[in-house]
Write a protein that binds this ligand. Sequence first.
Ligand code: PLP
Length: 394
Amino acid sequence: SNFFSKKFIELSKMGGDIRRIFMLGQKLKLNNPDIDLIDLSLGNPDLEPPIQINNLLIHLLSSYEKGCHRYMDSAGLEDARTFLAAELTKSEKVKISSNSVYLTVGAAGAIQILLRAFLDKDDEVIIFSPFFPEYIPYAENFGAKPIIVKCDDTHQPIIQDFEKKITNKTKVVIMNSPNNPSGIAYSRETLESIISVLMKRKEKNGQVIQLLSDEPYSRVIYKEEKITPLLSLYRNTWLVRSFSKDLGLAGERIGYIAWRNEPAFAEAQNAFRNSSRVLGFVSAPRLMQRLIPMIYNTKIDVKIYEKRVESFVKILRTGGIDVKLPDAGFFVFPKTPIVNDRKFCEDLVNIGVLCVPGSAFGSPGYFRASLTQEQDKVELAAHRIIEFTKSNNY
Ligand code: PLP
């Protein structure tokens, strides 16, 4: 593989923990073909999209119009943008127009477009741990430097640490609430403190820091009131959303960026058109853009994820494992009963449970279970984990 660039090989080191667990699982399966391996390692949502999706797609394909598969405005179809702008104006409590919405290839594509548009070499990007592991190579790919700020035991960012880590080079803060891997939504208090630090920085130094709020789990929250609309609190907020989780469309790659409709951001949409051209996305998948307005107001049944999460947490707690109850989605992020989270997860492979060590997310001493299996499997995995923990006297 010596034809790959040095930079690329460096970036590829990300994901090593997840790969190692996967390989160990493969090896175990090879040696014990009958083992009932419960894979809680990958964040691939298993709930199917709302049932009407197939008929809607058939309808879209049968109402064929000339040109409906062509290139289009990179920002997305006007109808889809207008629809989302109206929905977001209601939910985010600020004015958003079709000119302040940009359709993307999932949340991942949205983050690329924003980082390409904002980052210069040696800029600093603040990321709160635990974090979505891809953020590190995403920032490094543009020559920027990820700066990690830790969360406390309740998975809320430590504000003093955040304040200390801001420098003149800080260009972007990436925030992800509700969070992968913790499943926790940052509290209103935490968010207001983060924003107050950013505003203070602007007042004192004239430094405007961009807040990239990555929210693919916002619509799989169990209690609506746990969501704090950020766009209304901080002007330079760039909201990133996708339909991978709430509509179960992860493989169809559709998401968007939204920001305030203000004269100061008049250039943004055009900048993102250039950004997606540079990156080669060109635009988000067109068929999915036509689908979204038809299906936006339905969702997968979030209760199913919530029930899995509740039973998993309940069983782990009976075994003395320290775990916070998530606010959204299908991830649970318990403390490992031994210090070495990598060893703990490797040992779990031998009892037929695949989980990812917290180190993969910048938080050693924890492990992530992705509850993307049926309820009975999830419960069986939890029982295996506590039996293993007890038999080792952890
Ligand atoms: N951001 C976070 C925090 C995620 O967990 C994921 C996917 O797991 C993504 C972004 C990427 O989402 P998408 O499928 O919409 O690109």
